[in-house]
Design a protein around this ligand. Structure first.
Ligand SMILES: *Cc1c(COP(=O)(O)O)cnc(C)c1O
Length: 451
């Protein structure tokens, strides 16, 4: 029995579940998606603006502490680039034309953490540091935050500790910045976390605790241990509004980049955004920010591995965090470690309920094939998770449900003028030898399995 019903009863109520249980690729249209209304949202424009201002206050600090951010004046942002050769590859492979612009948002190459987690994770650590320093009368918001990069402040922050549960990348982003600021930091890593991510963190003096179980357990343990220590701040990936706001800032930045590329987004020029989803915070925060700006002109889709479709399951059944993929015998085993989450964030699910257009799932093998193709055609290296968004436009164009979505929202005649943004969520820090293995695996699969 799952929440009072048998699997058969669940399938009768939600027929899509049978494909999900079989770990088949599916495309799901969110029936609760509707017209954008601001009154349903937990946070508004003001909070996002505040977050954006906070990032600006920290720019001098980031430039000093992380010289790689100097080039961008201490603003952690990633390029938005056209990938015409990859688009052509997709069109040929899937025998499907993709009209309009096809862009890659390279969060894979964000400074410091090399993943989308540089947005939320770093933001929350900085906010906590700022709160502490202000409460203790050490700075005001008028100060030049460059002073935070000093022995005096490191000694101060060293009295406090930070903890987080992670599948790898969130730990990496929080670990890197916390250690630099001076915090003591403990990362609770799930079994999926890659060895090199743990090693990198240990080399920075971060305390890494490993679990043999999945993400939800690592978070639970981390939360428990942090609660027992009054000087420990727990970054709660399942419920954090600050993380969410850190991610949401991406939207206004993307708008500026689209304008620079002279890409129009309006009534007649829809924007489609495809975001890989784990627990939901990163894609949720970004999609939320985009809806604030573009409202009904933006269509956000999440992408999940066929073995970890937690957000789809939570939204489909309306049970959010009260249900896990494992309840249905889905194993939550995927090479896409950033997406290896069996139970979604309730907070994010609730916010996205009316804002998200849909979710599709993708097989691991396909991620590797796409990974190799992107290296071949565009010389851009991503980690497997980050490829999940690549086939979003293809899914919309080739599945019955995708077509239904386009018809329902009168998008068919606008399809020619659409812009597609594939959100690439990680990859820069992957060691070369491991990236080579991924690449070879993708080539092999393309030749043998998935032709
Ligand atoms: C964390 C992560 C995601 C998804 O973010 P969530 O907040 O877990 O949904 C996607 N891709 C990569 C590479 C990640 O590390």
């Amino acid at each position: 029995m799952i929440q009072g019903k048998t699997v058969e009863e669940w399938i009768t109520d939600f027929p899509l579940l049978s494909s999900l249980i079989e770990t088949e690729e599916v495309f799901w249209m969110n029936s609760k998606f509707g017209q954008f209304r601001t009154d349903q949202l937990p946070v508004g424009e003001q909070e996002i603006t505040d977050a954006s201002e906070r990032w600006k206050r920290f720019a001098p600090y980031l430039m000093k502490a992380f010289p790689e951010t100097k080039e961008m004046n201490g603003i952690i942002e990633s390029p938005l680039v056209p990938i015409p050769r990859m688009k052509k590859y997709l069109e040929q492979t899937y025998k499907q034309n993709i009209p309009g612009s096809f862009l890659l948002k390279c969060d894979s190459h964000l400074p410091i953490a090399g993943s989308i987690k540089a947005r939320g994770g770093i933001y929350e650590v900085l906010k906590y540091a700022e709160d502490l320093a202000i409460t203790h009368g050490l700075i005001t918001t008028q100060h030049d935050y460059e002073v935070l990069d000093s022995q005096e402040f490191r000694n101060f922050f060293n009295q406090y500790s930070i903890a987080v549960g992670s599948t790898g990348n969130l730990g990496l982003s929080i670990g890197m910045v916390s250690a630099k600021i001076g915090f003591q930091v403990t990362i609770h890593m799930s079994a999926d976390a890659k060895e090199w991510k743990k090693e990198l963190l240990r080399s920075k003096g971060v305390h890494v605790i490993e679990y043999t179980s999945d993400y939800s357990k690592a978070v639970e343990e981390g939360r428990k241990q942090a609660l027992a220590d009054p000087n420990c701040y727990f970054i709660d990936d399942e419920n954090s509004l600050d993380l969410f706001l850190g991610y949401a800032v991406a939207a206004a930045r993307l708008k500026k980049q689209l304008e620079e590329l002279r890409v129009k987004v309006d009534q007649n020029h829809p924007l489609f955004v495809y975001l890989p989803c784990g627990v939901g915070g990163a894609p949720g925060g970004i999609a939320f920010g985009l809806k604030q700006i573009y409202q009904d002109h933006v269509h956000c889709f999440f992408a999940e591995p066929t073995h970890s479709p937690c957000m789809l399951l939570g939204l489909l059944t309306g049970l959010h965090d009260q249900i896990a993929v494992q309840d249905f015998g889905i194993d939550n085993r995927t090479e896409a470690d950033g997406l290896a989450v069996g139970r979604p964030s309730r907070f994010v699910g609730k916010v996205m309920e009316g804002l998200l257009s849909g979710i599709y799932t993708i097989e691991d093998d396909r991620l590797f094939v796409l990974l190799s193709a992107l290296i071949e055609h565009e010389q851009i290296s991503l980690e497997p998770s980050a490829l999940a968004g690549m086939v979003g436009a293809i899914q919309l164009a080739t599945t019955e449900t995708g077509q239904e979505y386009l018809t329902k929202h009168q998008l068919k005649d606008k399809w020619e003028r659409a812009t597609h943004v594939v959100w690439a969520t990680g990859g820069k820090l992957v060691p070369r030898n491991i990236m080579n293995e991924y690449y070879e695996k993708g080539l092999w699969l393309a030749k043998n399995d998935l032709k």
